[in-house]
Design a protein around this ligand. Structure first.
Ligand code: SAM
Ligand code: DTB
Ligand code: SF4
Length: 379
């Protein structure tokens, strides 16, 4: 094999891209030798996060199928014959029962998804009731309901919604090949309403839809260039669903997927980078590489919205094999809100207020029962 000259790797190892990076800088990261890219991403990851902690979210489809949009990847678009049965909006009681089960299994954030272009104003009080009830369980709340007006975003924030998920999905120049029923700018407008309402943004995209590396760089550049980088960045690997126009798309090279995670980490050093759709068909070894490259969040639970996710016991074994722990919710102790911890901590050394409601120092403390389901020992 002929020797090639070694690329200039003099960059400080712990440095992410500063501020809003140029597209060329993002593209240049993709082109680094794989080991160099992953090493840099791992270094930046540990500057901002504990690399042994992974945030654990559970997803529930609260309104399934029958969507009027034409997103070419989506099993829930009414126009594609994917076998997904449309279901109306679930009752609050059912959503709360599912959220409680998710919490008992070790999730700390609960995300409610609806196959809507946008919610109707009359849906908002029902969603607000669900959000309030899920939050009262001590879970972080997230919703993804399609496009929102400013008023709708304000009402959801008032109900206690912590995060709103709305993806830009792909690079601006590739978007028109995937979706025709709403514009890129519509997505940016919804994200602005979410930020203006004071909610945290969860915004990412899908890779493996036939886009080029240049277009993957365009997606990450667009995400890092939003007025504020998203708090959470879901990176979805296309689930090729039979009946959708993308059913026959060639699989993305797995190292290219890890590169995408690493570049996301470097371009948005302080954001949570979530390994999202497509994890079910990833090996444990591939996921471990993604965690090394800076992914620090997953969807946990046997189903995403309509497609499969790894079984919870497989994820528990993966966490145990890798020595990973679920990231605690800030401000929550053993599932109790921080000023409602009368029974939460008998251990005064943890700094718990013991229920007095003042000076509580146990926010974010990792308590055994929060960790237990995910941290079972390796058999
Ligand atoms: N209807 C709402 C919307 O589009 O904003 C919310 C739900 S939608 C299903 C949420 C996201 O799921 C999409 O933006 C897309 O990124 C992701 N998604 C949907 N189908 C997928 C698939 N087959 N593979 C990977 N990601 C997918
Ligand atoms: C996101 O970016 N990925 C999740 C969540 N946000 C809502 C959805 C993935 C859906 C995968 C296809 C399905 O299960 O229907
Ligand atoms: Fe509808 Fe959302 Fe699926 Fe697009 S991604 S078809 S908007 S459910």
């Amino acid at each position: 094999m002929p020797m090639t000259s070694f690329p200039n790797l003099s960059h400080s190892m712990g440095e992410g891209l500063k501020g809003s990076p140029s597209r060329e800088a993002v593209r240049a990261l993709f082109d680094l030798p794989f080991t160099e890219l992953v090493f840099r991403a791992a270094a930046v990851h540990r500057e901002h996060f504990d690399p042994t902690q992974v945030q654990v979210s559970t997803l529930l489809s609260i309104k399934t199928g029958g969507c009027p949009e034409d997103c070419a990847y989506c099993p829930q678009a009414a126009r594609y014959d994917t076998g997904v049965k449309a279901q109306k909006l679930l009752d609050t009681e059912e959503v709360v029962a599912r959220a409680r089960a998710a919490k008992d299994a070790g999730a700390t954030r609960f995300c409610m998804g609806a196959a809507w272009r946008s919610p109707k104003d009359r849906d908002i009080p029902k969603i607000a009731a669900m959000v309030g009830a899920v939050k009262a369980l001590g879970l972080e709340t997230c919703a993804t309901l399609g496009m929102l007006s400013g008023e709708q975003a304000g009402a959801l924030k008032a109900a206690g919604l912590d995060y709103y998920n709305h993806n830009i999905d792909t690079a601006p120049e590739f978007y028109g090949q995937i979706i025709h029923t709403r514009e890129y700018q519509d997505r940016l407008d919804t994200l602005a309403h979410v930020r203006d309402a004071g909610m945290k943004t969860c915004c990412g995209g899908i890779v493996g839809m036939g886009e080029s590396r240049e277009e993957r760089a365009g997606l990450l550049h667009a995400l890092a260039s939003l007025p504020a980088p998203p708090d959470s960045v879901p990176i979805n690997r296309l689930v090729r669903v039979a009946g959708t126009p993308l059913e026959q798309t060639a699989e993305l090279d797995l190292f290219e997927f890890v590169r995408t995670i690493a570049v996301a980490r470097l371009a948005m050093p302080r954001s949570m980078v979530r390994l999202s759709a497509g994890r079910e068909t990833m090996s444990d070894e591939l996921q471990a590489l993604c965690f090394l490259a800076g992914a620090n969040s997953i969807f946990y639970g046997e189903k995403l919205l309509t497609t499969a996710n790894p079984d919870t016991d497989r994820d528990q074994r993966l966490f145990a094999r890798l020595g990973l722990q679920p990231m605690p919710v800030p401000g929550v102790v053993e599932g109790h809100l921080e000023h409602d911890c009368e029974d939460a901590c008998s251990d005064s050394a943890s700094g718990c207020c013991g229920g007095s409601g003042t000076g509580c120092a146990c926010a974010g403390t990792v308590h055994a029962d929060l960790l237990m389901p995910m941290a079972a020992s390796v058999a």
